[in-house]
Design a protein around this ligand. Structure first.
Ligand SMILES: [Zn+2]
Ligand SMILES: [Zn+2]
Length: 308
C-alpha cells in the first residue's frame, strides 16, 4: 500500500502545491486505486505519475468545498475516454449526487462504465473480506468527513518446522492445512491449524481526514492508526484563526496524533502563506509534539508496509 499525494495545498492552487487530492494505491492488495478528494487539476497531476485512472475503484470526497471537488467531473469523464470500464463508486456528503449528475448532464457526458454515487453518514460505508471503511463526522464550514480504512487481520504463516516435527512433508497438504481449521491426514491423524501456524498478521489502519477544526474526541476513532493524514492549514500560533475558519493548526494535528498514539502523521492542506523555511518551521513545531511527522508535498509518496 502506498499513499500518493497529488495536491497538498489549501484553498487555491499555488505554483508549489495543487489543491487537495491523494491516492491510496493498493495494487498488490486488491489491484485497485482509491482516490480521496479531487481538487481542480487532479487529472493533470495524475499525468505526471504512474497512477492509472482505469484502476480507480472508489473515490471518497471529504466535503464539497471547491478545492476538494472541482476536478471530479473531469476525472470521471477522462476515465471513460481512457478506456475505464470497471465500475466506480463515489462516496461523499449530501449534495454530491446532484453535483456530479448536473455536471455530467449539462456537459453531455456519457460514461462508459457504471458510476455509483453514495451519499454518506457516520458509520461503516463499506466492508468486504479484506477491509472496511468507516466515515466519521468532522467540524467544518460544510459537512465534512474523515475516512478510516481498516484492513482485516490475516491468518499467520504456516510454521514448516512444526509441520516437519509432526512428520508432514511439504506439498499441497500445506495449503490444505492453512485453509481450514482442522485437517485429517491420510494416516488418520487430525491436525489443528492453530497448532502449526504463527501469530495473525495485524491489518493496517489508515485515517484520512478532510478539513476540520481540532476535535480531541477524534482520538478514539483514529487510535493507533498506522498513518493519520490530517490537515494543517495554519501554524501553531494561529489557533484563533484556525477556529474561526474551521481549520486546524499544526500543533493541534500533532496533538491528536500523539493522543491517539498513531504510528505516523502526515500533514496536508498547507496554506500557500507558508513556503520554504516556513514549511521547515511548521514541521519542527509538529515534531516537538509528535516526532513521526512529515509534511506532505505534491507527488510525495508514503508507503505503508504490512504489519508483522
Ligand atoms: Zn480545503
Ligand atoms: Zn474546506
Amino acid at each position: 500500500m502506498e499513499l500518493f499525494f497529488l495536491g497538498t495545498g489549501s484553498g487555491v492552487p499555488s505554483k508549489e502545491r495543487n489543491v487537495s487530492s491523494l491516492v491510496l494505491r493498493m495494487l498488490e492488495d486488491r489491484g485497485t486505486t482509491w482516490v480521496f478528494d479531487c481538487g481542480e487539476g487532479t487529472q493533470h497531476q495524475i499525468l505526471n505519475t504512474p497512477i492509472r485512472p482505469r484502476r480507480i475503484e472508489m473515490i471518497f470526497i471529504t466535503h464539497l468545498h471547491g478545492d476538494h471537488i472541482y476536478g471530479l467531473p473531469g476525472l470521471l469523464s477522462s476515465r471513460s475516454f481512457q478506456g475505464g470500464e470497471t465500475p466506480v463508486t463515489v462516496f461523499g456528503p449530501r449534495g454530491l449526487k446532484e453535483y456530479i449528475d448536473i455536471s455530467l448532464k449539462l456537459s453531455g457526458t456519457h460514461l462508459r462504465y457504471p458510476l455509483h454515487i453514495k451519499e454518506v453518514d457516520e458509520g461503516i460505508l463499506f466492508e468486504d473480506d479484506n477491509c472496511s471503511v468507516e466515515a466519521v463526522k468532522l467540524e467544518h464550514g460544510l459537512e465534512s468527513f474523515g475516512y478510516i480504512l481498516k484492513e482485516k487481520d490475516q491468518i499467520g504463516e504456516l510454521q514448516p518446522d512444526k509441520l516437519q516435527a509432526l512428520g508432514i512433508q511439504p506439498g499441497p497438504i500445506y495449503q490444505k492445512i492453512k485453509s481450514q481449521l482442522e485437517t485429517k491426514l491420510e494416516d488418520g491423524r487430525v491436525i489443528q491449524r492453530d497448532d502449526v501456524i504463527g501469530p495473525p498478521k495485524k491489518g493496517r489502519k489508515i485515517a484520512i481526514l478532510g478539513d476540520t477544526r481540532y476535535i480531541p474526541e477524534l482520538k478514539h476513532h483514529v487510535k493507533e492508526a498506522d498513518v493519520l493524514v490530517h490537515e494543517a492549514t495554519f501554524a501553531s500560533e494561529e489557533t484563533e484563526m484556525a477556529h474561526d475558519y474551521y481549520h486546524s493548526t499544526v500543533q493541534q494535528a500533532a496533538t491528536l496524533a500523539k493522543e491517539a498514539q498513531v504510528k505516523q502523521l502526515v500533514l496536508n492542506h498547507i496554506s500557500s502563506r507558508y513556503q520554504g523555511d516556513a514549511i521547515e518551521k511548521l514541521e519542527a513545531e509538529a515534531k516537538e509534539i509528535f516526532k513521526n511527522t512529515v509534511i506532505a508535498y505534491d507527488f510525495y509518496r508514503h508507503s505503508i508496509p504490512r504489519n508483522n
